[in-house]
Structure formats: C-alpha cells, structure tokens
Design a protein around this ligand. Sequence first.
Ligand SMILES: Cc1cc2nc3c(=O)[nH]c(=O)nc-3n(C[C@H](O)[C@H](O)[C@H](O)COP(=O)(O)O)c2cc1C
Length: 170
Amino acid sequence: MNILVLNGSPRPKANTKAHIEAFKEGAEAKGHSVRVFNVGNMKINGCLGCEYCHTKGDGACVQKDDMQEIYPYLANSDMVVIASPIYYWGFSGQMMSLITRFYAPGRPAADKYALFLSSGSPGVYDAPVSEYKSILKFFGATNMGIITAYGDQNQSEEKLKEFKDFGLSL
Ligand SMILES: Cc1cc2nc3c(=O)[nH]c(=O)nc-3n(C[C@H](O)[C@H](O)[C@H](O)COP(=O)(O)O)c2cc1C
C-alpha cells in the first residue's frame, strides 16, 4: 500500500514524530511505502469556503500554498494516517486547517485510515476521535486503528512497540 502520514506536530523532536517513525519501521518492513508530511511546519491555510473548487476549479483549490504538495498524495494513497498532538482537546491548528482542505477534492482516494493522538494527560481524546469517526463515515472509509499516548507513555518502549506492531499488522 501507499501510506500517507500527516504529522500535525510542529515540534521536530516530538512525541508524534517518534510514533510515526515506529509505525513507519513496521509498515516498511511489510513492504508498504510510507510518505510523511510534517504538516505542523508547512504553510497550510484553512479552507476559505469560496466554492471555487466546486465551480470553476473543478476540484482544484484556489489557494496555492503548501497543500498543493499534499493533494497529489491524497489522490494516490491507499491509506491515510492522521497523527496529531492534542491541543486544547482537539487536533493541532495546523492539522485542523489541513482537514478543512479535504473539501476541494471532496475526499482523499484512500479507503483506509488510522488516527494517532499524543497528549500530556489521559482522557482528552473524545473530540478528535469523534471528529475522525464522523469524517470516515462521511467518506465511507474504514478505520484501521486508533492509538493514543499521553505523558511518559509517549516515548516508552512499550508504546513505540505498539506503533511498530500496528505498522507490521497492515
Ligand atoms: C498549545 C498546546 C495545547 C495543548 N493542549 C493539551 C490538552 O488540551 N490536553 C493535553 O492533555 N495536552 C495538551 N497539550 C500537550 C501536548 O498534547 C503534548 O505535549 C503532546 O505530547 C505534544 O505532542 P508532540 O510532542 O508530538 O508535539 C498541549 C500542548 C500545547 C503546546
């Protein structure tokens, strides 16, 4: 499979990055191709709601920002992993902006999705998990797995193994 991983953390030595690297190691060992975008450090605006994409644009967004690098991968990936730190009980702002830009093509090509969430404390995942599930329902897509990690769990050997094993399970 071609797997697209969207990293919503702006921190280079972050927990989310460690989760993705462990996952990538497992998925690549199974022969999958994994492409990671560090969305947290890209210039991606939120959707303007201008409807250009659904009128004159014929599926193309009017905004020419870094999202243009990601659109081809959304069109050609079999699986999308949304990986984000929890910011104020939700996705990071960068990740949320990206999600609103799914609007132009209508839906990514992928039928399979996974969600990785990293936080400082436990019990803070309800809102993004609910949003993720609603998006999948809207796309008619399949959830392959949700992995959360908080505090010291984040880069623990046990948790990183869970991410790697998930990649190996695909
Ligand atoms: C702006 C901001 C908001 C945050 N909000 C929450 C929160 O609501 N709940 C929580 O448990 N942790 C919160 N955190 C902590 C991060 O989710 C946590 O440190 C996470 O592991 C960071 O991921 P990263 O290392 O991949 O960037 C927040 C951190 C920042 C910088």
